[in-house]
Ligand binder design. Structure first.
Ligand code: HEC
Length: 155
């Protein structure tokens, strides 16, 4: 009887340990993916910033093919960015995303989509533009500002 009791206690211990480890691994994975998503979107925004500067310099030099290719790349990046703001990524990992994003998710997504669509429009009009700087400002830079002023921690 005593032996059986010992057996059962050790069985329960192992069972509890396994449950605990499964729980720990899954919460670590969830944390990991939150970190991946936040860092992933920050990296993509940074990349778009450096690409935007290259777009500006190519277009100003009349290198339209190069600048158009990068505009379309930025447009695609915005489409990826739309999906990088799930509910569980509101805080942590030095995010500069403001809570209002999730209160106004549709408006936020619409701005992201507009930024993406405007890059495609920009690609189709830049070559014939009489005012390269003004066109870039209107269809590229103004979208950064419009979104940041409302949805990103002020700088
Ligand atoms: C529809 C909204 C939206 C648009 C459009 C947008 N951004 Fe952002 N941007 C954000 C948000 C939100 C963050 C904060 C992300 C975070 O920290 O999780 C951000 C962060 C950034 C960062 C910091 C990334 C880091 O490493 O922390 C840079 C740089 C940036 N954006 C540049 C730009 C530029 C340049 C444009 C336009 C060409 C632009 N963004 C367009 C919403 C936007």
């Amino acid at each position: 009887m005593h032996k059986l009791f010992k057996h059962i206690t050790s069985f329960i211990k192992i069972l509890l340990l396994s449950i605990l480890s499964v729980f720990l691994v899954s919460t670590t994975n969830a944390e990991q993916s939150v970190e991946d998503i936040i860092k992933g979107r920050q990296a993509l925004f940074s990349k778009n910033y450096s690409t935007a500067k290259r777009v500006q310099s190519y277009a100003s030099n009349g290198d339209f093919d190069e600048s158009i290719e990068l505009m379309l790349e930025m447009s695609e990046n915005y489409k990826v960015l739309i999906d990088l703001f799930p509910e569980n990524t509101k805080e942590g990992f030095k995010t500069e995303a403001l809570p209002i994003i999730w209160e106004e998710k549709n408006a936020f997504n619409a701005l992201m989509k507009k930024a993406s669509d405007d890059m495609i429009t920009l690609a189709s009009v830049i070559e014939d533009s009489d005012d390269i700087r003004g066109t870039l400002k209107q269809l590229m830079w103004s979208n950064c500002k419009a979104c940041h002023s409302k949805y990103r921690v002020p700088h």
